[in-house]
Design a protein around this ligand. Structure first.
Ligand SMILES: Nc1nc2c(c(=O)[nH]1)N(C=O)[C@@H](CNc1ccc(C(=O)N[C@@H](CCC(=O)O)C(=O)O)cc1)CN2
Ligand SMILES: Nc1nc2c(ncn2[C@@H]2O[C@H](COP(=O)(O)OP(=O)(O)OP(=O)(O)O)[C@@H](O)[C@H]2O)c(=O)[nH]1
Ligand SMILES: [Mg+2]
Length: 450
């Protein structure tokens, strides 16, 4: 659907709920004029907070603080009016309806951010980091999103762009002045070296972005093992909550049970599953198949065993995925027994879910997913799958250029690909208009009022 960006839009930026204050936000040319219809004393044309009574016809319905942003000095770059009214479902809805009746249009989700992007106030990566800031589940995701919002990625992208333009212009000069055959750095070998640097940057961007996205969305952690080894007890112990049913019957858990555990630098999305055994129970069998099918999509597997329950056949299915073997019920074993079992696996910790003695496991997980280095990394970290696709495309174009040089093609052909890369980077920086429909899709998944 084509949206009209000349409309003045309105939405509630806070929840519409019983609460102390609601913030209703208008953005667009007519923001002040429309608001003036529901107050008696006109708003002054400045960037200050003003107090006004709100009217529905002749009836006063509230006294609100109204914040105005004029002359393009606002989040969206348009006139913005924020009405900070008393919270309350009916009152908030009533004020919004009045504003709509005077010509405002209900905003689409993310439309405020979309306008900020289209008016050059933020780039696509910053827009995305606003969304991430709101969705952050752990401290590290919050910090990285804030860094991106502040423009760290912008600088890194600008640097990449400078490197790229440098190569393009060297090639261009050697094309424009063919007799001048020693334009510095324009030999095929030198161009290849320069492209290699860009390729390494791109590979690094894709690698750290993948890591960031896992920590941002949560590490899908499958708790897998035979029946009765204590998988559900382990889930409960990890999330400090009696979420999954625990009994001493084999086959207690049938469907999956999920829990979430936030560390400072990452989040675990824990999935407790049906224990693996041969069974004639139809429901349990479906649960077991589900457990097995989840192996593929998990980022980490906690493979739970007991002294008498070590399923090597099942271990074969997971040993090439990131995993840790968790020897549970360790409080029942002596040192020698524990060491004996530990000798059978590379990655193994001994715990007692029953006694909530799981510190070995927690420590292993913390070491494995530290991620703190992401804060120091200089390259952009991308969180949007569309942006990641754009960079995969850059990688393809770079490899293509490299291949063309190897094949001995002339450098003007290579410049075609390099211009394509420049276009992609400019798009991310918000310099060229990206495809409108794509932009619409990006912003529609934001919160309403954002
Ligand atoms: N009440 C309220 N709180 C909010 C927002 C908002 O819109 N309203 N924000 C929004 O989501 C965030 C703050 N972001 C903002 C970004 C830029 C401008 C702004 O007015 N920029 C102008 C002036 C800059 C200046 O004077 O330094 C500009 O860029 O021209 C305002 C808010 C978070 N908190
Ligand atoms: N001694 C001891 N018993 C434990 C420990 N962890 C769990 N148990 C007991 O083992 C039994 C099975 O625990 P669950 O957590 O239900 O095991 P499960 O692997 O989820 O079993 P299924 O859902 O049937 O596959 C229960 O009686 C638990 O109290 C432990 O660390 N030590
Ligand atoms: Mg269970």
């Amino acid at each position: 659907m084509k949206i009209n960006l000349n409309d003045t839009i309105v939405a509630c930026s806070t929840k519409i709920a019983r609460q102390a204050i609601s913030i209703i936000r208008l953005s667009g040319e007519q923001a002040l004029e429309i608001t003036n219809k529901i107050i008696s004393k006109k708003l002054e044309n400045n960037n200050k907070m003003q107090i006004r009574k709100i009217y529905d016809g002749n009836d006063i319905i509230d006294e609100s603080l109204i914040l105005t942003f004029v002359n393009g000095k606002s989040f969206t770059g348009e006139n913005i009016v924020e009405i900070h009214c008393h919270g309350g479902i009916l009152l908030t809805k009533k004020i919004i309806s009045l504003l709509i009746s005077y010509g405002a249009r209900p905003a689409l989700p993310g439309e405020f951010s979309q306008r900020a992007y289209l008016n050059g106030k933020i780039n696509l990566i910053q827009a995305e980091s606003i969304n991430n800031l709101i969705d952050s589940k752990n401290e590290l995701a919050l910090k990285i999103s804030a860094m991106n919002l502040e423009g760290k990625n912008n600088r890194a992208l600008q640097e990449m762009k400078i490197k790229l333009i440098d190569i393009i212009s060297k090639i261009q000069t050697s094309i424009d002045y063919p007799d001048y055959d020693d334009v510095e750095g324009s030999s095929a070998e030198e161009i290849k070296t320069d492209l290699q640097i860009l390729k390494n940057d791109t590979l690094k961007i894709l690698e750290v972005s993948k890591r960031f996205n896992i920590l941002n969305h949560g590490i899908n952690t499958l708790i897998l093992g035979e029946t009765n080894v204590g998988k559900s007890s382990l889930l409960n112990s990890l999330i400090s909550e009696e979420k999954a049913i625990v009994t001493d019957f084999e086959g207690t858990t049938r469907d999956i049970v999920e829990g979430q555990l936030n560390f400072d630098n990452f989040t675990l999305n824990l999935i407790d599953t049906a224990g693996i055994r041969n069974t004639n129970d139809k429901v349990e069998q479906i649960g077991i198949e589900k457990s097995i099918s989840l192996i593929e999509s998990s980022n980490l597997i906690l493979f739970v065993i007991n002294k008498s329950k070590i399923n090597y056949e099942l271990y074969e299915k997971i040993k090439n995925k990131k995993h840790i073997v968790v020897l549970n019920k360790a409080e029942l074993l002596n040192m020698n027994e524990i060491e004996d079992i530990k000798g059978k696996f590379n990655n193994i910790v001994a715990v007692s879910a029953l006694n909530s003695d799981i510190k070995n496991l927690i420590q292993w997980i913390e070491n494995e997913f530290d991620n703190g280095d992401l804060l120091e990394i200089e390259v952009p970290i991308l969180s949007n799958s569309f942006h990641i696709e754009m960079f995969k495309n850059i990688l393809k174009l770079l490899s293509n250029s490299e291949e063309n040089i190897n094949q001995g093609f002339t450098t003007d052909l290579i410049n075609v690909d390099l211009y394509e890369i420049l276009k992609i980077i400019n798009n991310l920086l918000g310099i060229y208009d990206a495809d409108e429909e794509v932009i619409d899709n990006i912003f529609r998944k934001y919160c309403l009022g954002k």
